[in-house]
Design a protein around this ligand. Structure first.
Ligand code: FA5
Ligand code: MG
Length: 423
C-alpha cells in the first residue's frame, strides 16, 4: 500500500477520476499530481506548441481520420496483452507504469488504442494523446508526455498491394530532391524478420510505404524549419528496432543541431493485432512519435516542464499554426537540498518511487533529481541512498523558507509513506 496514504492522508479507499470512483488496491500508485494532468489535454489547447505540431502533422496526412479525445484510462489488457506484450515485460511493473488499481491504468503509449481504432474500421488514421510513464526527473523527462500514433492498412490481396505500389511511386517523387539524405536499413533481415503469415513481397511493399510516408513527414517537419539545402541536407537515419506488436520494426532518428534524436518507433503491424481487431484480411503499418521531443527542437524549448507552464511569458509567445523560436525569459535561481536515508529492510527504494513522491510534494518547481550516493551496509545488508533535489521555479524566485518547508514535507512523507529511515 505504498501510495494510498499519499492520496489522502491514508484513509482513502478510492480515487475519483472525472466523476467516477475507482477502488484502490495494493498496486495503486497514481498520485494527485499525476491525476491533476488528466483534464489539461495540451495537444488540444489552441495556440499551444503541442497543438500546432499536431495540426501540422495532421495536415501532412489530410485523408486520414484525426482522433484526439480518447480517455487515458485503459485496462492493462489493452495497453499490453492485446499488443502481444509478454507477461513479464518490464513496462508492466508498478515501478514503470501508473496504476489506478489492478484492472485500470494510465496508458503508457498511444498504441493502446490500435485495436479499437482498427476494429472501428479505420484504415488511415492519426491519434494524438497524453501518455503516462514513471520515470526520472530532468529537463527532458516528464511523467506525462504526448504521442501521436499513425497507421495505414491495405487489403492483403493483389488490389491492396497495387494501391500500395502506386502510393510508393507518388511518395518517391516527393523525395526525389537533394536536400534530404536517408540512411536506410533493409526492410527485412534475419534480425528483423517478416511475419510467418506474410508474403515477404507484400511485407516489403508495406515497409517501403511506411518508410516513404515517414521520410516525407520528416522533410516537412525538419526540412522546412531548419531550411535544409543540398549543401546542408536533412539527415534521417533508420535503425532496426523491436516492438512486441510489429515486425519488422524500426526507429527513426533525425540529425539536428549536432545530435541524433530519436523521433519515433514504427513497423509492420503484427497480424495478431489485426486478427483481434476483426480485420484479418488487411495488412499495414503503424508508428508512434513523441510530440515533446519534436517540439523542443522546432521551437527551441529548453525544458520539458515549460509545456505545462501557464505563465503568459510562455503562452503568449505562440500562435496556432506557426512555428516560432522561443525566447527564454530570465532563469530564476536554483537551490538544491540533499536527503540521505536507509531503505526499508526488505527492499531498496526504487528511484521512480522517490521521484513521484518529490513531484507530488513539489510539483513543477522540481527541476532535477539526482542520486548522488548508494551503498549497501556490509553487515546489515541495508541500502543507504542520498538524493539531491534541485528546486527552481520557471515563473518566480523561490524563498529559502519556502524551499525548506517543501523539503521538510518531502522528508516527512518519505518516512511515513515509503518507510525509510532518514540519516
Ligand atoms: C512506443 O511507445 C511505441 N508504442 C511506438 C510504436 C508505435 C512502435 C507503433 C511501433 C508501432 P517508445 O517507447 O520508443 O515506443 O516511444 C515512442 C516515442 O515516444 C519515442 O521515439 C520518443 O519520441 C517518445 N518518447 C518516449 N519516451 C519519452 C519520454 N520519456 N519523454 C518524451 N518523449 C518520449
Ligand atoms: Mg524508443
Amino acid at each position: 500500500r505504498r501510495w494510498i496514504s499519499g492520496l489522502s492522508s491514508g484513509l482513502s479507499n478510492h480515487v475519483e477520476i472525472s466523476g467516477v470512483r475507482y477502488p484502490t488496491d495494493a498496486i495503486t500508485n497514481v498520485t494527485p499530481a499525476i491525476l491533476g494532468k488528466l483534464p489539461l489535454r495540451l495537444h488540444t489547447q489552441p495556440g499551444h506548441p503541442l497543438s500546432t505540431l499536431r495540426s501540422l502533422i495532421e495536415a501532412h496526412y489530410p485523408d486520414y481520420a484525426h482522433l484526439s479525445s480518447l480517455s487515458p484510462l485503459v485496462t492493462p489488457y489493452k495497453n499490453f496483452d492485446e499488443l502481444s506484450f509478454p507477461k513479464d515485460h518490464p513496462g508492466r511493473a508498478v515501478t514503470d507504469s501508473y496504476y489506478v488499481n489492478k484492472d485500470m491504468m494510465l496508458r503508457t503509449h498511444t498504441s493502446a488504442h490500435e485495436v479499437e481504432v482498427f476494429r472501428a474500421g479505420e484504415t488511415k488514421w492519426l491519434l494524438t494523446a497524453d501518455v503516462y510513464r514513471r520515470d526520472e526527473i530532468d529537463g527532458s523527462h516528464y511523467p506525462v508526455f504526448h504521442q501521436m500514433e499513425g497507421a495505414r492498412l491495405f487489403s492483403a490481396d493483389a488490389a491492396g498491394m497495387r494501391e500500395c505500389e502506386e502510393d510508393n511511386a507518388r511518395l518517391r517523387q516527393q523525395l526525389a530532391r537533394s536536400d534530404i539524405v536517408i540512411e536506410d536499413v533493409p526492410h527485412i533481415s534475419p534480425t528483423n524478420p517478416v511475419q510467418p503469415s506474410h508474403d515477404p513481397r507484400h511485407a516489403e511493399l508495406v515497409a517501403k510505404n511506411l518508410k516513404l510516408s515517414l521520410n516525407t513527414l520528416m522533410l516537412k517537419l525538419f526540412g522546412g524549419v531548419a531550411g535544409s539545402s543540398s549543401e546542408n541536407p536533412l539527415r534521417v537515419r533508420w535503425i532496426e528496432a523491436y516492438f512486441p506488436f510489429t515486425s519488422p520494426s524500426f526507429e527513426v532518428e533525425v540529425f539536428f543541431q549536432g545530435k541524433w534524436l530519436e523521433i519515433l518507433g514504427t513497423g509492420v503491424v503484427r497480424q495478431a493485432t489485426l486478427d483481434t481487431a476483426g480485420v484479418a484480411n488487411k495488412m499495414g503499418w503503424a508508428f508512434g512519435l513523441g510530440l515533446e521531443r519534436i517540439a523542443m527542437i522546432l521551437y527551441s524549448i529548453p525544458d520539458i516542464r515549460l509545456f505545462w507552464s501557464t505563465d503568459p511569458r510562455f503562452l503568449s509567445q505562440f500562435e496556432e499554426g506557426k512555428i516560432t523560436t522561443f525566447r527564454p525569459y530570465s532563469k530564476y535561481p536554483s537551490c538544491f537540498k540533499d536527503v540521505s536515508f536507509w531503505s526499508p529492510k526488505d527492499q531498496p527504494l526504487h528511484e521512480n518511487d522517490f521521484c513521484d513522491l518529490v513531484r507530488d510534494v513539489a510539483g513543477d518547481i522540481v527541476e532535477d533529481v539526482e542520486k548522488i550516493d548508494n551503498f549497501v551496509h556490509p553487515k546489515t545488508g541495508r541500502t543507504s541512498m542520498c538524493f539531491r533535489i534541485n528546486y527552481r521555479s520557471m515563473d518566480r524566485s523561490l524563498s529559502n523558507e519556502e524551499v525548506n518547508a517543501i523539503q521538510a514535507q518531502v522528508v516527512s512523507r518519505l518516512r511515513d509513506q515509503l518507510g525509510v529511515e532518514i540519516r
